[in-house]
Each structure stands twice: as structure tokens, then as C-alpha cells.
Design a protein around this ligand. Structure first.
Ligand code: IDP
Ligand code: MG
Length: 149
């Protein structure tokens, strides 16, 4: 099954929205396979966001993601990467559709609540960063025959 890496960012943690957001992905039918509460250090943030190094918002992005504990989660399922990105909505919350996580809870691009991997390759790389030395569990739910055809 395809896997994706989800981060509940500091603004969502501070606003008490972590489990509301995780519930949306769980309710979609995606299977939780890994879960961690952690404080992101500067070096981990820079590694995760390496593709954005040199952009004007990079320093602010690193300071944002390291400003509070976050939750890292692995979700899996059919097309997990694109399904999660669809539920998350566009990067800028005011361009995200209502009904998406960013469209329902966010207003600004630098406070957009959640990260979701943008490809299977990114997901594998990011799961390696956030779950190195931590278990990702292989399991199946008995209800999944009603979710996965
Ligand atoms: P994504 O999170 O939707 O994949 P990316 O383009 O990969 O969006 O950007 C990573 C993160 O960097 C965004 O989620 C957002 O937090 C932040 N970001 C992106 N563009 C800007 C910007 O123009 N200003 C401030 N923050 C930005
Ligand atoms: Mg991205």
C-alpha cells in the first residue's frame, strides 16, 4: 500500500486542532501506520525542507516548524499521497477549497497547519527523516474491505 508522511504543524498543535485534522485523514479511510510527537530541531527542519533552501520564506519556514512540538504520522492506502494532498488542500489556505483542511482552518500560507508528501519518492525520503529508529507498523483493519476494493 502507498504511504505518505503527514506533519501536524505547530500552529495546529497550538490551536488544539491536531486530532481534528488526523481524524479527517482517518475518516477518509487511510490507515495510520506510524505516529510520533516530537520537537523538530533545526537540522531536521533543514533536511525536510531542503528543496526550499534559498527561497525568501526558508528561514521563516524553519523557524515555524521548529517553534512547537509537532505530530508526525504515516498514513497508508490506495493513492495515499494524492488522497491526503486532496484532503489537505492548496498550499495557500485562501486558495484551498472549503472542505479541505487548509480551506476550513487556515488563512495564511505561512500558517497552513499540515504537511503532506507531494510524491511517493518524497514520502519515502520524509518517512526516513521522521521515523528513523521508530516503528512503522504493518497491519490491516477488519473494515478495510469496505474501503479498499
Ligand atoms: P506544500 O506544503 O503545499 O507542499 P510547498 O510549496 O512544498 O507547499 O511549501 C512548503 C511549505 O512552505 C508550505 O506548506 C508553507 O508552510 C511554506 N511556504 C510555501 N510558500 C510560502 C510562501 O510564499 N511564504 C511563506 N511560507 C511559504
Ligand atoms: Mg511540499
Amino acid at each position: 500500500m502507498e504511504q505518505t508522511l503527514i506533519l501536524i504543524k505547530p500552529d495546529a498543535m497550538q490551536r488544539g486542532l491536531a486530532f481534528e485534522i488526523l481524524s479527517r485523514l482517518e475518516n477518509r479511510g487511510l490507515r495510520l501506520a506510524g505516529l510520533r510527537l516530537l520537537q523538530v530541531e533545526q537540522s531536521m527542519a533543514e533536511k525536510h525542507y531542503a528543496e526550499h533552501e534559498g527561497k525568501p520564506f526558508f528561514a521563516g519556514l524553519v523557524s515555524y516548524i521548529t517553534s512547537s512540538p509537532i505530530i508526525a504520522a504515516v498514513f497508508e492506502g490506495t493513492n495515499a499521497v494524492s488522497a491526503a494532498r486532496q484532503s489537505i488542500g492548496s498550499t495557500n489556505p485562501t486558495e484551498a477549497s472549503p472542505g479541505t483542511i487548509r480551506g476550513d482552518f487556515g488563512l495564511e500560507i505561512g500558517r497552513n497547519l499540515i504537511h503532506g508528501s507531494d510524491s511517493v519518492e518524497s514520502a519515502n525520503r520524509e518517512i526516513g527523516i521522521f521515523f528513523e529508529g521508530h516503528p512503522v507498523i504493518q497491519w490491516e483493519k477488519d473494515t478495510e474491505k469496505w474501503v479498499f476494493e
